[in-house]
Ligand binder design. Sequence first.
Ligand code: SAM
Ligand code: SF4
Length: 362
Amino acid sequence: MSVSGVVGPGIPVALGIPSVKTTGDVVMDDRPDVPGLIDRFGRIAKDLRVSITEKCSLRCTYCMPEAGLPAIATSDLLSPTEIGRVVSIAVEQLGVEEVRFTGGEPLMRADLAEILAECSQRVPGIPLAMTTNAVGLEHRADRLAAAGLTRVNVSLDSVDRAHFAELTRRDRLPSVLAGIRAAQRAGLTPVKVNAVLMPETLHGAVDLLAWCLNEGVALRFIEQMPLDADHEWARADMLDAQRLLEVLSSRFDLREVGRSDPSAPAEEWVVDGTSSTVGIIASVTRSFCSDCDRTRLTAEGTVRSCLFSDEETDLRAALRGGATDDDIAQLWRGAMWNKWAGHGIDAADFVPPERSMGAIGG
Ligand code: SAM
Ligand code: SF4
């Protein structure tokens, strides 16, 4: 089914609405009385991304400014106890099924194990994943796994040390590779590697895939989005997925297998007839906004319904102002009900959001 939705102020997009199971009558111009995080377009958010810091050990050009992001005062960040509380509200009252910690770089928080322990004790059994650059993970993987971390996605754009240093403005490749191996040993599996697809990463793509195949980790390329702090992204400079496939095909035999399920963001190719795959997440050119099931919490405790919407809802003030769990859940429902239809990157008057990826939490 497809309807016309609205992106921001009045930009029409085509939107496929997934079927929604609700109790009682559902009137789509008025929020139905359902516990989950439903929006006006019938999507239900079950995947929570929690940013826990704006700090980072790297300075990837497509994400961070060279000097890093302005520091957030420690007192403005959610504490481990507060994070544990919002995560339990999300899971127990709002139907969230997976939690992923991100940032900035989550490993920059010295109390990361405490955050994980708070969450795993409050909501035992919920998958607690982390998106990380893996710098320093080598020394912490076991402890984080013991605290409740279940798996990691690692961002890695090149296995060539000089190229890595150019892309991230830091010479930390050995630490990243050691971190990936430590994650595997600690059972934080399946470890997935994410690389940003852009002209600068193309020449390292073949070696990166060879390395991932050798190490037994799945590789996915993600189209670059206009979320760099320097606002230098340009649609015309975007690398075509077809070009990446041509480059990878010079060394590997690739057979398209599509998506593992219709709402999975990555399209997959089997490599050399093995059980290994390489994926492409075409978030810009083949947006999956109509199937989006994400809700985001920033490090300062605001709910962000979409990466590209600058509207946020302040949960931290409610948490610290004596609100009950029911009050917080209701605030969160309201924030998600107003989620935009899609990111609208292709619209003529698209304006990138104020916050960059590292400031929102990717
Ligand atoms: N520091 C951690 C890391 O790099 O994995 C977590 C935070 S990072 C912002 C989360 C993800 O966002 C990473 O996979 C990164 O590659 C991706 N990312 C950052 N900027 C991006 C952009 N402009 N377009 C697409 N992906 C981006
Ligand atoms: Fe840091 Fe991750 Fe952004 Fe790179 S993508 S600068 S590692 S937050």
